[in-house]
Write a protein that binds this ligand. Structure first.
Ligand SMILES: [Zn+2]
Length: 141
C-alpha cells in the first residue's frame, strides 16, 4: 500500500493546500482594502456634503445654555454650575476651546469645529459645544 493520498483517482498535488491558503489570505487582504476604500469614500462624501453650521451651541449637563453665531468673532467665558471655566473662541467661522481649567484639557486639544453636528466635549465639566444649523447633514443641492 502506498502512503500517498489519492482523491477520486487523481493524485493530489503536493503543496496545493498551502497555495490555496495563501490565496485566501490575499483575498482577505484585498477584501479588507476594498472595504477600507469604500469606508473612506463614504466618509469623504459625507464630509464634503456636510454643511458649515450657523451656531455654536453650548450645552451644560445636556441643556442648552447659550448659542453664538459662527459668523461673528467672539470670545466667551463659559462658567459651569460648579464654577469651572472654559473659554470658547469663535473666529473665522470656527469654534474652539482655547482655555479650560479641567484636569484633562482634552477640550482644549480638540481642533476647531465648524460643520453641523461636530462637537467639542469637556467631560469633566459636562460641557458640550455643538455646531448646529446650516441646512442639516443630508442636504445635497
Ligand atoms: Zn475640558
Amino acid at each position: 500500500m502506498r502512503s500517498k493520498a489519492v482523491f477520486g483517482g487523481r493524485t493530489r498535488p503536493k503543496g496545493s493546500l498551502v497555495i490555496s491558503m495563501k490565496n485566501r489570505i490575499r483575498n482577505d487582504i484585498i477584501l479588507a482594502l476594498a472595504l477600507l476604500l469604500a469606508a473612506l469614500a463614504v466618509w469623504g462624501v459625507v464630509s464634503l456634503t456636510r454643511k458649515t453650521g450657523e451656531y455654536a451651541v453650548v450645552l451644560i449637563n445636556g441643556e442648552e445654555t447659550a448659542r453664538y453665531p459662527l459668523d461673528k468673532d467672539a470670545v466667551v467665558e463659559i462658567e459651569t454650575e460648579d464654577g469651572h471655566v472654559n473659554t470658547l473662541v469663535i473666529k473665522d467661522g470656527e469654534a474652539s476651546v482655547t482655555f479650560a481649567d479641567c484636569p484633562d484639557k482634552l477640550c482644549v486639544k480638540q481642533r476647531a469645529i465648524k460643520r453641523t453636528g461636530e462637537t467639542i466635549i469637556c467631560l469633566p465639566h459636562k460641557l458640550v459645544i455643538r455646531i448646529e444649523g446650516g441646512g442639516g447633514v443630508d442636504t445635497v443641492v
